[in-house]
Ligand binder design. Structure first.
Ligand code: TEU
Length: 583
């Protein structure tokens, strides 16, 4: 079996370094903390851990602004500790994936400091500089992710530089051969250390349209993206990158972050024979429940029909031709359990927790039983709720804080702004990982860099390890099921049409082994008619994993069928899920 296949069949885990575990009491997660928790990761059963950026950085964007690619950021620890982490993970058969941020650097990177110093500096062309437009304004109308101009004027040389993200994150110029050579050297440095792979940050943005044209005024947020995403030389650049670096270290995994791509494009990025990348992140699911046009609004009209449509489309158009990782939560969005199921989970107390956990298990079952490699975001496996911060002081994300200030200045009420920050700010997913009942949930002895989740920390590793019906144990079993069978990673998908849009039912099948998965995504019990043929299958099936029996103590709940003369009916409790193996 090839390494590539192995990658696709496993489960990936995203570790967000500032919020995972602090070992020295400064309130900031660190490698010492990761070292303490390698056994936790091994028990969870994941096959690889993607660790967010840990290189030296002024931390304007929690490390997605790198100042020195060759140095571990002081607050995270030392290179020696990093090497120890690599060894400890490998001893447990877990691979380490680094975050490779190479679309941009920090403006404090020595390359940029040299680049901005004069037009004739040899590093000038490492970044993208343009003279002002005739009126002295920016060279074109592109917008950055903060919705302001993507260009920043630099007095020293009287020109603008491009920054698709923050102005502290100038874009590298991939047209410069010297720049590319320096990046390849840096990547080789990490490969030589023995890292197993890279998550390539914003990688489909490295090739910019050579003419830098103005974007039509009505283009979707952020303006100009059609000229810098999936640009004209992107495939050529990725192939060269592969050939100069990863390709020389067979088995290295590359997981590309490529927002806004067509299915055809995904296949081109990941088809094995093209030697570009191994997988891309499937970035559609994470946007469910969010307004596509407005970064601060939710979409109350989401329904599981949309989830279904997205997974089926990716299955039909990409599965088997290219490869992708499936995820529902990450550090860039509020936690999905809050976005999709917020109302019930938000009631608080034991009742709220029961709803929250049931919804979290439904998400877990969905994630681990569909085509695409599951990617679990730290805390998701505990059903950690989204952090409902109640004042601006609690937020840390620069984009969130500036949006708040801008909207307040425009006259919006504070309560309305805070409600929308709760719904959409990425800080909601960044509250520290919860390990124990103790102070700061065992994350730190000091003061955490961002407040702990105000909902409390009953969702913690210590509690959930003891409770066989916990979300954590549900996730562990899901991961074990993937180790036991090829069905979830490789099986064909047959989505069953039901008249109830809140219920998902599907069959997965490979080499004569079949699984049937049922999930109720609603907070209401659901009953819907089901074909006799499918009902027979469920009845004959062996329950591999259910979400309810342990807690309710009534195993009959795990046979969610009512067989009657007028036809068979599938009956599912709120958020109930079940996986059957069918003879
Ligand atoms: O995100 C890239 C990205 O495309 C954004 O859409 C991201 O979803 C947005 O910033 C959310 O507000 C990556 C990283 O995941 C993100 O944390 C970084 O801020 C960004 O690149 C810049 O490096």
């Amino acid at each position: 079996q090839s390494n590539e296949q192995e990658w696709q069949e496993g489960v990936l885990y995203q570790l967000y370094p500032p919020s995972f575990k602090d070992s020295n009491g400064d309130g900031w997660g660190d490698i010492g903390g990761m070292l303490e928790k390698v056994d936790y990761l091994a028990e969870l059963g994941v096959s690889a851990v993607w660790i967010g950026p840990i290189c030296d950085s002024p931390m304007e964007d929690n490390g997605y602004d790198i100042r020195d690619y060759y140095k571990i950021h002081d607050a995270y620890g030392t290179m020696k500790q990093f090497e120890e982490l690599l060894v400890k993970l490998h001893e447990r058969d877990i691979k380490l994936i680094m975050d490779l941020v190479i679309n941009h650097t920090s403006d404090e990177h020595p390359w940029f400091e040299a680049s901005r110093s004069s037009k004739s500096n040899p590093y000038r062309d490492y970044y993208i500089w343009k003279p002002p437009a005739e009126d002295g304004g920016p060279p074109n109308n592109w917008r950055s992710f903060s919705e302001e101009s993507a260009w920043e004027f630099d007095k020293q040389t009287g020109e603008y530089y491009l920054h698709i993200f923050d102005k502290k994150q100038p874009d590298l110029n991939w047209e410069s051969e010297n720049m590319r050579r320096d990046l390849y050297q840096m990547i080789t440095f990490w490969l030589e250390k023995g890292v197993d792979g890279f998550r390539l940050d914003a990688i489909n943005m490295i090739s910019k349209h050579p003419d830098f044209p103005d974007a039509p005024q009505d283009a979707r947020h952020p303006r100009g993206q059609q000229f810098y995403k999936n640009g004209p030389r992107i495939h050529e650049m990725l192939r060269e990158l592969h050939e100069a670096t990863f390709g020389r270290y067979p088995g290295t995994l590359t997981l590309g972050e490529a927002p806004t791509v067509t299915m055809d494009e995904v296949v081109r990025y990941t088809a094995p024979e093209r030697n570009e990348m191994d997988m891309v992140l499937q970035m559609e699911l994470v946007r469910m429940g969010k307004d596509f046009g407005n970064p601060w609004k939710t979409d109350p009209d989401w329904s599981p029909a949309l989830l279904k449509e997205s997974v089926v489309r990716w299955y039909q158009e990409v599965f088997g031709k290219g490869a992708y990782a499936l995820y529902l939560s990450t550090h860039d969005h509020p936690r999905m359990v809050g976005t999709l199921f917020g109302d019930r989970a938000g009631v608080g107390g034991a009742e709220g927790k029961a709803w929250n956990d049931a919804a979290a298990k439904a998400i877990g079952t969905f994630l681990h039983t569909l085509p695409g490699t599951p990617l679990v975001y730290q805390g998701e496996e505990l059903g950690m709720p989204n952090a409902n911060y109640r004042s601006l002081e609690d937020y840390r994300d620069k984009g969130t804080v500036s949006a708040y200030q801008k909207r307040l200045a425009e006259g919006e009420s504070e309560s309305a702004i805070l409600a929308s920050l709760h719904a959409r700010s990425r800080d909601g997913a960044r509250s520290p990982m919860q390990w124990t009942e103790g102070r700061s949930a065992g994350f730190t002895e000091g003061t955490p860099w961002i407040p702990m989740n105000p909902e409390g920390h009953s969702a913690n590793v210590e509690n959930e390890q003891r409770d066989s019906a916990s979300v954590l144990n549900h996730y562990r079993q899901l991961i074990q099921l993937r180790r036991m069978s090829l069905v979830p990673a490789r099986g064909d998908l047959n989505m069953l049409a039901l008249e109830d849009e809140w219920v998902l039912a599907y069959l997965r099948e490979i080499a004569g082994e079949r699984w049937m998965v049922l999930i109720n995504f609603s907070d209401q019990p659901r009953s819907c008619a089901i074909d006799e043929e499918w009902a027979n299958l469920i009845e004959q099936g062996e329950l591999l994993l259910g979400s309810t029996a342990e807690r309710s103590g009534s195993p009959e709940l795990n046979v969610p069928l009512q067989r009657q003369q007028e036809g068979d009916v599938l009956r599912l409790l709120p958020y109930q899920s079940a996986i059957y193996r069918i003879a």
